[in-house]
Design a protein around this ligand. Structure first.
Ligand code: MLT
Length: 201
């Protein structure tokens, strides 16, 4: 028994990095399977369900208010998720995954990238924001793509730029794309993520 409820879809094409799918608040382990298949056709998909419940809605760490995070919980849950990735790698025989996270899922992916950089081989963060202010882990050149919306009511533009900066300081190539849109995902997000994944793979 692995430590998170999850879906695993084995690869149908050899040699592609597996993808760790991380849903937004109120989502679950089935939510992003279609997105994962569109971004990384043929890759193994590993999709856990967040273990925190907020009014019955699964997410990956506690928050005190929208955009105000419980940083101790962020750290603890990022550790739990990094451990789960290790368990799943051993159990399914897969390599270090590329995280593909949306909203709260992007935020926990950013936290894992900053605190446990070796757990991931890349990170695609859709509508992510800065998950923690305190000290981060060692620098590992894990590349990241951040895609933001310039009229996102949840993620202020300054916060998104700060996340790109923090990720870059931790090492690794960071690409930040800003779309003329809000918090929801668009077709362009999927295209940018797919192009970035293809270049990485
Ligand atoms: C968060 O709580 O991680 C962010 O506010 C995004 C969200 O899940 O709404």
């Amino acid at each position: 028994e692995l430590s998170f409820v999850h879906v695993f879809r084995p690869a149908t094409v050899a040699g592609l990095p597996p993808v760790l799918l991380l849903h937004g608040t109120g989502g679950d382990e089935t939510d992003l399977i279609g997105l994962g298949a569109a971004v990384a056709p043929g890759a193994a998909l590993l999709s856990p369900r967040g273990q925190v419940l907020e009014n019955g809605m699964p997410r990956f760490f506690r928050r005190l208010a929208e955009g105000v995070f419980d940083e101790d919980d962020v750290r603890r849950r990022a550790g739990d998720l990094a451990r789960f990735v290790g368990e799943a790698r051993a159990s399914y025989g897969i390599g270090a995954p590329v995280a593909l996270g949306f909203s709260n899922g992007a935020n926990i992916a950013a936290a894992v990238r900053l605190l446990h950089p070796g757990a991931l081989s890349g990170a695609i963060l859709l509508r992510g924001m800065v998950p923690l202010d305190g000290p981060v882990g060692g620098s590992v050149p894990t590349p990241a793509l951040l895609v933001s919306g310039d009229r996102d009511p949840i993620v202020p533009a300054t916060n998104a730029s700060q996340l790109a900066k923090v990720l870059g300081e931790a090492g690794g190539q960071v690409e930040h794309r800003i779309l003329p849109t809000g918090h929801g995902l668009t077709k362009v997000d999927v295209e940018l993520a797919a192009d970035w994944y293809e270049r990485l793979a």
